[in-house]
Design a protein around this ligand. Structure first.
Ligand SMILES: *[C@@H]1O[C@H](CO)[C@@H](O)[C@H](O)[C@H]1NC(C)=O
Ligand SMILES: *[C@@H]1O[C@H](CO)[C@@H](O)[C@H](O)[C@H]1NC(C)=O
Ligand SMILES: *[C@@H]1O[C@H](CO)[C@@H](O)[C@H](O)[C@H]1NC(C)=O
Ligand SMILES: *[C@@H]1O[C@H](CO)[C@@H](O)[C@H](O)[C@H]1NC(C)=O
Ligand SMILES: *[C@@H]1O[C@H](CO)[C@@H](O)[C@H](O)[C@H]1NC(C)=O
Ligand SMILES: *[C@@H]1O[C@H](CO)[C@@H](O)[C@H](O)[C@H]1NC(C)=O
Ligand SMILES: *[C@@H]1O[C@H](CO)[C@@H](O)[C@H](O)[C@H]1NC(C)=O
Ligand SMILES: *[C@@H]1O[C@H](CO)[C@@H](O)[C@H](O)[C@H]1NC(C)=O
Ligand SMILES: *[C@@H]1O[C@H](CO)[C@@H](O)[C@H](O)[C@H]1NC(C)=O
Ligand SMILES: *[C@@H]1O[C@H](CO)[C@@H](O)[C@H](O)[C@H]1NC(C)=O
Length: 475
């Protein structure tokens, strides 16, 4: 054959394979969307090794350096899988999901503070597991046997332990980031920890009808705004330090923080029967989020998904999942905002699925209109979350249940009260810490580079990178 013919045949083959490599999904067909979701879910669960012999149930491979994923992301994964079942009715992964959420509950207190993970235990990490348990109650996900902890009680335990940690000594209130005093980041009060506490309070108020939760939720939101983490334009910044009375605000913005507050505001709106205060907060937060995180109608994790390069940590690579799911969900408890939110989630999802291959492998940068090669559990959770946010428009998906509308989870309003996290021995210096300290020195020397990374990732996430983290490598 003539070389030019070989070349054109090869080109044709390459085009054919790249076309067939993209996942085939019709976003106007519920069946098609569900089929695509099943493919992506199957691929996503291939990252989970916790049910293999010798591995720890409930967690994704990690935490670093033993794998890419911190403990919290397991909790986020199982919440995603609760929603996967809720949206599709596919029960394939329910046993694994239920077992994982129970296994990591952290007996005996069952407040998602298991001893194994104390070295990276932030209120946000604990809170992610708590929000997944709350979702299980709200969706009436299958209840564990009565000898095991129950979904509602687990969420209440997380909430109660956090309420007990509300700290009035500095900054006029608020939750610190880390739970153990010896963890780096204990002196940082951040928006995500307080946002999750707010979110859980709002949802517990609606689910149980107990106004104490709503009062806490309002207090947590007001504190976050008063301290300036939520500004007058409804931007939400990362956090600040107690030694500066929380005035040295790190202005990095992350989409999951916004989504956490938006969902909480939606539940407060619903719980208060549509109060003017929560309608206004929900509308303003949503407006700002759509403008900031969806340029051209496509989700972008702007603090780390830079035009020139992707600086996101493994954690950040999963935030679009929560952004899509929680914005979609809020349209059920606050239907007035649906026509503002859902069309944007749809254009974003159209872009997201172009980044998925036929085998359910999905990339990260949704503006590329083809697979970008940057895959992982977080990226696939993102695509799954995006498809849910379209499925909600194609068929009826039940709205979050409450104690009086079909929720059957058994609660315990005193769950977790009095539980404490032992932090005594995590301050011992290990070889891993020394390695961390020398990395710190290198970073201080290469000041320019560190400043760039600092600015693009936010300080909180620097800890997660392990640069300052003592103990992150433990266990
Ligand atoms: C582990 O879980 C995955 C996903 O649910 C499943 O496909 C696989 O068969 C399970 N493996 C074992 C050994 O249970
Ligand atoms: C804690 O770690 C031990 C040792 O690796 C493991 O056997 C156990 O299952 C873990 N428990 C949890 C809740 O992660
Ligand atoms: C309402 O919630 C608060 C806070 O958790 C709790 O102390 C109180 O006992 C609850 N009240 C009822 C009636 O359950
Ligand atoms: C929270 O802030 C709103 C708006 O400023 C205010 O109306 C409300 O009274 C505050 N609630 C509490 C508990 O401070
Ligand atoms: C700390 O900030 C709060 C507002 O966030 C303010 O009320 C308080 O007076 C400040 N305390 C000091 C010591 O500056
Ligand atoms: C919302 O309305 C219901 C039914 O009218 C009422 O029972 C409930 O107390 C109201 N809730 C609030 C927080 O005002
Ligand atoms: C948000 O509000 C501003 C000012 O009213 C408006 O220009 C903008 O279009 C709104 N954005 C969205 C997404 O609604
Ligand atoms: C509260 O949520 C329910 C769905 O669970 C919805 O039907 C109702 O309209 C919402 N209330 C308000 C004030 O939007
Ligand atoms: C609803 O909550 C109340 C108060 O906690 C409790 O007595 C009742 O059993 C709950 N109902 C259901 C269906 O769980
Ligand atoms: C911490 O270490 C001390 C001695 O180094 C020991 O007495 C204590 O039991 C340890 N505490 C925990 C919770 O392991």
């Amino acid at each position: 054959m003539a070389p030019s013919l070989v070349k054109s045949l090869l080109l044709a083959a390459a085009c054919a394979s790249s076309v067939s490599a993209q996942i085939d999904v019709d976003l106007s067909s519920a069946d098609s969307v569900k089929t695509a979701m099943a493919t992506i879910a199957y691929n996503l669960l291939s990252y989970y090794k916790g049910n293999l012999s010798g591995m720890t149930p409930g967690i994704l491979p990690g935490p670093p350096p033993n794998g890419d994923y911190y403990w919290w992301e397991g909790g986020a994964l199982w919440g995603t899988m609760v929603d996967y079942w809720h949206y599709t009715g596919d029960t394939s992964y329910n046993p694994t999901t239920e077992y994982s959420l129970v296994f990591q509950a952290g007996a005996p207190s069952n407040s998602y503070e298991p001893a194994n993970w104390t070295a990276s235990l932030g209120n946000d990490d604990q809170g992610f597991w708590g929000m997944s348990a709350m979702l299980a109650a709200e969706t009436n996900f299958e209840n564990p046997p009565s000898s095991d902890p129950q979904w509602l009680a687990l969420a209440q335990a997380v909430f109660n332990t956090q309420a007990a940690r509300w700290d009035t000594q500095y900054c006029n209130g608020g939750l610190r980031w880390q739970i153990p005093l010896s963890n780096n980041g204990y002196d940082y009060k951040n928006s995500i920890a307080n946002g999750i506490f707010f979110n859980l309070g709002a949802r517990l108020a609606r689910y149980t009808g107990n106004d104490s939760y709503a009062q806490w939720a309002e207090k947590a939101y007001n504190w976050t705004a008063d301290v300036g983490y939520i500004d007058e334009n409804y931007n939400i910044y990362d956090g600040a330090h107690v030694e500066h009375n929380c005035t040295d605000i790190n202005k990095a913005q992350f989409s999951y923080v916004a989504a956490t507050f938006i969902q909480g505001a939606g539940f407060m709106y619903n719980y208060t029967n549509g109060s003017a205060l929560w309608e206004q907060r929900l509308t303003s937060l949503t407006n700002r989020t759509l403008d900031v995180f969806f340029p051209n109608g496509i989700a972008v994790e702007l603090s780390c998904e830079l035009t020139s390069s992707i600086q996101c940590t493994t954690d950040m690579l999963s935030y679009k999942c929560y952004l899509h799911r929680w914005l979609a969900q809020v349209t059920q408890v606050a239907p007035f905002i649906a026509s503002t939110i859902l069309p944007v989630l749809k254009t974003s999802t159209e872009a997201a699925v172009k980044n998925c291959n036929a085998d359910g492998t999905c990339g990260f940068r949704w503006t590329t209109s083809s697979y970008d090669g940057d895959t992982g559990a977080g990226q696939e959770m993102n695509a799954l979350g995006a498809l849910m946010s379209v499925l909600i428009t194609l068929e009826s998906v039940s709205s979050a249940y409450t104690n009086t509308t079909g929720g059957t989870s058994v609660g315990n309003s005193a769950a977790g009260v009095g539980s404490t996290v032992s932090s005594t021995n995590y301050s011992a210096i290990t070889a891993g810490d020394r390695a961390g300290a020398s990395i710190l020195t290198i970073i201080v020397i290469s000041g320019l580079v560190s400043m760039l990374v600092w600015m693009s990732t936010g300080e909180g996430e620097m800890f997660r990178l392990g640069f300052f983290g003592k103990g992150k490598g433990m266990m």
